[in-house]
Design a protein around this ligand. Structure first.
Ligand code: ADP
Length: 192
């Protein structure tokens, strides 16, 4: 199964992706995680991405498209994958179509988690507090300024991606405000 999870930052994509990984035995391909790993490792991509990520902006389409094009060729992605955080622009969605067509692959579903924007900041604050309580390091972009920019980027650049897939009848919308288990059930139902 090849699946895209769409939704604003804090919508719960990562939480649901983890459950889908277990259920379907396919990897979660999170461009955010891959970019954070590149930043940490100090690779050329990481050096280019660091400042823009910390400020809550989007990394260039060229960089993320390159990362995903390489990643979907790896052996564990042959059975399928869950894209989390990609595509984030219509240009990325178009590039994904080209790379999938080249690899003779098709998307099975695009699931969008709909969440009330007013709830998102509170979720991010809770995530940061939970991370601190667990002795971890809070993400550099989980602060009010960067979060506002991430929401702006979502509204302006990512929301049109939903329309891109809706126009092809591929978009399934799930209520991301429901309790976590209910969201999981709604996603399962949307995929059935
Ligand atoms: P969230 O969904 O919580 O905002 P992510 O972990 O998906 O966080 O992404 C963190 C940051 O990584 C984004 O704010 C952006 O700077 C960068 N990023 C991740 N995926 C992409 C993408 N597909 N295109 C451009 N930038 C991206």
């Amino acid at each position: 199964m090849r699946l895209i999870l769409l939704g604003p930052p804090g919508a719960g994509k990562g939480t649901q992706a983890t459950r889908l990984v277990e259920k379907h035995g396919i990897p979660q391909l999170s461009t955010g995680d891959m970019l954070r790993a590149a930043v940490k490792a100090g690779t050329p991509v990481g050096l280019q991405a660091k400042a823009v990520m910390e400020a809550g902006g989007l990394v260039s389409d060229e960089i993320v498209v390159g990362i995903i094009a390489d990643r979907i060729k790896e052996a564990d992605a042959h059975k399928g994958f869950i894209l989390d955080g990609f595509p984030r622009t219509v240009a990325q969605a178009e590039a994904l179509d080209v790379m999938l067509a080249d690899a003779d692959m098709k998307l099975d579903a695009i699931v969008e988690l709909k969440v009330d924007e007013n709830a998102l900041m509170a979720r991010i604050e809770k995530r940061a507090a939970d991370t601190v309580a667990a002795g971890g390091t809070v993400r550099a972009d989980d602060n009010p300024d960067a979060f506002k920019k991430r929401l702006d980027a979502y509204r302006i650049q990512t929301a049109p991606v939903s329309g891109y897939y809706a126009g092809r009848g591929m978009l399934k919308i799930v209520d991301g405000m429901a309790p976590i288990d209910d969201v999981t059930r709604a996603i399962d139902a949307a995929l059935a």
